[in-house]
Design a protein around this ligand. Structure first.
Ligand SMILES: *[C@@H]1O[C@H](CO)[C@@H](O)[C@H](O)[C@H]1NC(C)=O
Length: 286
């Protein structure tokens, strides 16, 4: 009896401390540095909200204090509303240097009433070229939505509101590079790319509508923080849950649903672009 009670108490203490860790993890002040924009990026509401803005003079951006080597990283973002043509909101993980790895979400704005494009890419050892683009099944400017990267040694899964939209598997066994040696920071920025972003650059930014603004909240990382050559894994719940996570049948179906109905570009089907043959990962039946 006594031992059952003490186990119970220990469990409560563990739950309480995990909850505390998880809520601390959502603070922008603890987790991020504003890196550019001369006051255009702001941390508000006691660290619970971050806003980026863009005007004719400059955009703005932030980056994580920590470097991560694997994790499940969630961020809620509300994109630039109204006429966002020409603007790009980039949210990505990246290591540094000429042979860096990178996992990208980029949101390309549009004129009022026309859909955003969600552009994704994966770089390994400095080389990208793995673009997939999507429409979203909701208006990403009227509310916050959760954009997640699950990155473990076997796969990278991009998700939107918990629905997987893209999976990049570890296919090192057949000679495809996979990011797993370089720790990455989280970066986000709002900038002007009117030369190419919207409808192939035909629609320019309407500066009368500036400043443009994107908002962030509820950052959560169940992840391994890399520091001084050591990895320390943290977050709520067990590490092995995300470290070994893969798509179950339901999620594989949801992934196929998104790819069938919302994918508007896939490098893996762009045979014109690869006259020498599609990249190896596209040919493996996965
Ligand atoms: C903007 O809207 C047009 C028309 O619906 C569409 O073709 C385009 O893909 C949309 N997105 C971007 C980023 O141009």
């Amino acid at each position: 009896m006594a031992s059952a009670t003490s186990t119970f108490l220990v469990n409560i203490l563990v739950v309480v401390s995990l909850t505390a860790a998880a809520s601390a993890a959502s603070g922008f002040n603890q987790n991020f540095d504003i890196t550019w924009g001369d006051g255009r990026a702001k941390i508000l509401k006691n660290g619970q909200l971050l806003t980026l803005s863009l005007d004719k003079t400059s955009g703005s951006g932030f980056q994580s204090k920590n470097q991560y080597l694997f994790g499940k990283i969630d961020m809620q973002i509300k994109l630039v509303p109204g006429n966002s043509a020409g603007t790009v909101t980039a949210y990505y993980l990246s290591s540094q240097g000429p042979t860096h790895d990178e996992v990208d979400f980029e949101f390309l704005g549009n004129v009022t009433g026309q859909p955003y494009t969600l552009h994704t890419n994966i770089f390994t050892e400095g080389k990208g070229g793995r673009e997939q683009q999507f429409r979203l099944w909701f208006d990403p400017t009227t509310d916050f939505h959760t954009y997640s990267v699950l990155w473990n040694p076997q796969r990278i899964i991009f998700s939107v509101d918990g629905t997987p939209i893209r999976e990049y598997k570890n296919l090192e066994s057949v000679g495809v590079l996979f990011p797993k040696k370089q720790a990455m920071r989280i970066y986000s920025s709002l900038w002007d790319a009117e030369d190419w972003a919207t409808q192939g650059g035909r629609i320019k930014t309407d500066w009368n509508k500036a400043p443009f603004m994107a908002s962030y909240r509820n950052f959560n990382a169940n992840a391994c923080v890399w520091s001084n050559g050591k990895s320390s894994c943290r977050g709520s719940g067990s590490i092995s849950a995300w470290m070994n996570q893969q798509l179950d049948n339901t999620n594989q179906q949801r992934l196929r649903w998104v790819q069938k109905n919302f994918m508007i570009y896939n490098y893996c089907t762009d045979t014109q672009r690869f006259p020498q043959g599609l990249p190896k990962e596209c040919k493996v039946n996965n």
